[in-house]
Write a protein that binds this ligand. Sequence first.
Ligand SMILES: *Cc1c(COP(=O)(O)O)cnc(C)c1O
Length: 388
Amino acid sequence: MNDKYFETQAIRTQIERSQFLEHSTPLYLTSSFVFEDAEDMRASFAEEKERNIYSRFTNPNTSEFVDKICKMEGAESGYAFATGMSAVFSTFAALLDAGDHIVSSRSVFGSTHSLFTKFLPKWNIETSYFKIDEVDRIEGLIKENTKILYAESPTNPAVDILDLELLGRIAKKHNLLLIIDNCFATPYLQNPIKFGADLVIHSATKLIDGQGRVLGGVTVGNAEIIRKIYLFSRNTGPALSPFNAWVLSKSLETLAVRLEKHCENALKVAEFLERHDKIDLVKYPFLKSHSQYEIAKKQMKLGGNVVAFEVKGGIEAGRDFLNAIKLCSLSANLGDTRTIVTHPASTTHSKLSQDDRLETGISDGLVRISVGLENVNDIINDLKQALG
Ligand SMILES: *Cc1c(COP(=O)(O)O)cnc(C)c1O
């Protein structure tokens, strides 16, 4: 199957049919699997054969989902988790020892930042940060005990871009594991393994599900490293449910067509905002005005579905704009069929000091819009009337 195109793999990667010869993969709602006899049971537990034992370890539906993501990312192996955050946490917990050190981009998902600042320090694991415009400082942050280089690109919510090829070179030179949270790009727009990443993490809750229905996460990459993550996870229990895996595997069949439309709509929204006189700044990776446009073009197929922009007039203007929105949703999710608008400074990032917010690229008037699949004219008309 690896010789097939992306869309074909997304649709035709399928677990073996059952005796009923179903066309689409059925849902395997079973906690465990039966053994032929005592010898089969022994050999299965000894991992002398590859087979399902218990759904905390593997299940046909989660295996199909993981298989597809591996093909789409060019990865050897993977494990699926209940949420994106359980993928992030389990990956770090499986690979790090007490006293290890992480170098990370400062612009990471809020809960990932909390993991670095509040929870990993319990095991004496410290993290040093570089800002988006300080990639030349990364090598200076690496210490003897540094094990992981971590980043997201595009970043949330400011839609900045990091040069994955550069990160890959640095990781290789210093013998670090490069882990990329590829949630905003999805495997359709960007494959970090091509640029030297050892592992790729997704919150499948976002564009992979794409319809705001289920939570899920996945880590894929080098088989030896995934084996460590698998052994940690099969014992500690963050597994994705078979039902969610079934939904997500089905969602992947339409990822390519959905993303084409999401990105087309997002570019039109970005171009509209760029022309509007009540908007100060628009950030979208595939707008020529984006400061990392060239890098985005090098590593991404299209610009993604998230646009960040600044309403003139600061925090009040940002809030007023949100209050005037009629069609789009005010919600904490992103990557849904429904367009979602958020104001990070007064919501998701309100607990940070203004200085800390500015460090992650969040100014007071910054608005983030996750452009959905409604007719783009309706989305633009809503934004137009809300801007007044
Ligand atoms: C949402 C998100 C996560 C966490 O995923 P959940 O499925 O909500 O746990 C991690 N990284 C990024 C970039 C995200 O947007």
